[in-house]
Design a protein around this ligand. Structure first.
Ligand SMILES: [Zn+2]
Ligand SMILES: [Zn+2]
Ligand SMILES: [Zn+2]
Length: 125
């Protein structure tokens, strides 16, 4: 069996999983950067670089109050100190700037965010 770790832009991990486990030696016990359980994939958010943080299925890149991903790389205005780069999907507070009000539900669905989670639109024309 192949390791089921998803490397994001480069696809699934091609190594063999450890016998009886779902992940290869490299990815077994890689912890989610947000909540600390077994990570399943690498964050695919991009700025100047790909974020690449290990995450579980319940966690996601946090959308900043500006509607961007907080800036991956440098030269971005600083965000409040208590702003975290990653959060639980159900703790997502803002929708990205490119999400139009009428597409909010679709965006939630695509990102597996529960429908009853209220997110603030940051859409700019
Ligand atoms: Zn692997
Ligand atoms: Zn997590
Ligand atoms: Zn990320």
């Amino acid at each position: 069996m192949k390791c089921k770790f998803d490397l994001g832009w480069s696809g699934k991990c091609k190594s063999d999983a450890i016998k009886g486990k779902e992940y290869c030696e490299e990815h077994l016990e890689v912890k989610c950067k947000s909540c600390g359980i077994q990570a399943t994939h690498l964050c695919g958010e991009t700025g100047q670089f790909v974020c690449g943080a290990p995450l579980c299925d319940d966690c996601t890149h946090n959308v900043s109050p500006r509607g961007d991903n907080g800036g991956i790389g440098f030269g971005y205005p600083k965000l409040p100190d208590d702003w975290k780069e990653h959060c639980k999907k159900s703790d997502q507070k803002y929708a990205p700037w490119y999400v139009k009000p009428k597409f909010l539900d679709l965006w939630k669905k695509e990102n597996n965010i529960p429908e009853d989670v209220e997110v603030i639109l940051t859409y700019r024309d």
